[in-house]
Design a protein around this ligand. Structure first.
Ligand SMILES: Nc1ncnc2c1ncn2[C@@H]1O[C@H](COP(=O)(O)OP(=O)(O)OP(=O)(O)O)[C@@H](O)[C@H]1O
Ligand SMILES: [Mg+2]
Length: 231
């Protein structure tokens, strides 16, 4: 089963006086259960590619098939429904809500469910279980400023798992963490992949990328190569 197929995808930003060609014809297949690292220098198009893959943005041209459906044929509501139910996002800067506790941060995706049902006792139990899974069972009522960077990223991972997504998209998930803490975060991502989730991760670091199953290198909005580059 394919999770995602990109065919000759372009993303151009028209800035009036000139056009930034952030993606310039990317074709890529991502099978279910893949663990893909997207590498490349700053400005090469990695985040643009991840945002398109995650349905946060739409391409200028080209085709994107997500979970068997052509994204161009989807309304914004249909796309956000797929995004909310199938995809979990993790960011470099954690993006936690400072005044919320660990449990409340994990529950944030519940607030975007269709029909906006209130948080039930079952949801409460689910968010506590996720906090325990990422090793924060004794930090449930802490706020982000009371946590280390690695702990904050673990809250973000638990939040990404709330809707039991098949796909996890991570943009430099270890970019703000020291190497020991990065190892912890990668251990969690590898476990999620071993459980069958597809993981798509942007990273600058070889040591992080080589823990994925597959690597692609972006250059000037194109895939310039695959595998680990040394040198
Ligand atoms: N909203 C936007 N409007 C105009 N240009 C943009 C926009 N977003 C990105 N770009 C441009 O598109 C190109 C690719 O940006 P992108 O953020 O994908 O790079 P990146 O590979 O993620 O870089 P980094 O490693 O620094 O995060 C860059 O030249 C950037 O300036
Ligand atoms: Mg980026």
């Amino acid at each position: 089963m394919l999770t995602a197929r990109l065919i000759n995808l372009h993303k151009h930003y028209d800035l009036g006086s000139f056009v930034v060609k952030a993606l310039n014809g990317v074709s890529l297949d991502i099978p279910e259960g893949d663990f893909l690292a997207i590498m490349g220098s700053s400005g090469s198009g990695k985040s643009t590619l991840l945002n398109l893959l995650g349905g946060l943005d739409r391409p200028t041209s080209g085709q994107y098939i997500l979970c068997g459906q052509d994204v161009a044929q989807m309304t914004d509501d249909e796309l956000s429904a797929i995004r909310n139910s199938r995809i979990g996002f993790i960011f470099q800067s954690f993006n936690l809500i400072p005044q919320y506790t660990v449990v409340e941060n994990i529950q944030v995706p519940f607030h975007y469910r269709p029909g906006y049902p209130p948080i039930s006792p079952l949801d409460e139990a689910r968010s506590i279980e996720l906090a325990e899974q990422v090793g924060l069972g004794d930090r449930l009522d802490h706020r982000p400023f009371q946590l280390s960077g690695g702990q904050q990223q673990r809250v973000a991972i638990a939040r990404a798992l709330v809707n039991d997504p098949a796909i996890i998209m991570a943009d430099e998930p270890t970019g703000n963490l020291d190497s020991q803490t990065s190892i912890e975060i990668m251990r969690i991502l590898k476990k999620l992949n071993a459980e069958g989730r597809t993981i798509i991760m942007v990273t600058h670091e070889d040591e992080i990328a080589e823990q994925a199953k597959r690597q692609i290198h972006m250059k000037d909005g194109l895939i310039a190569g695959e595998g680990i580059f040394r040198g």
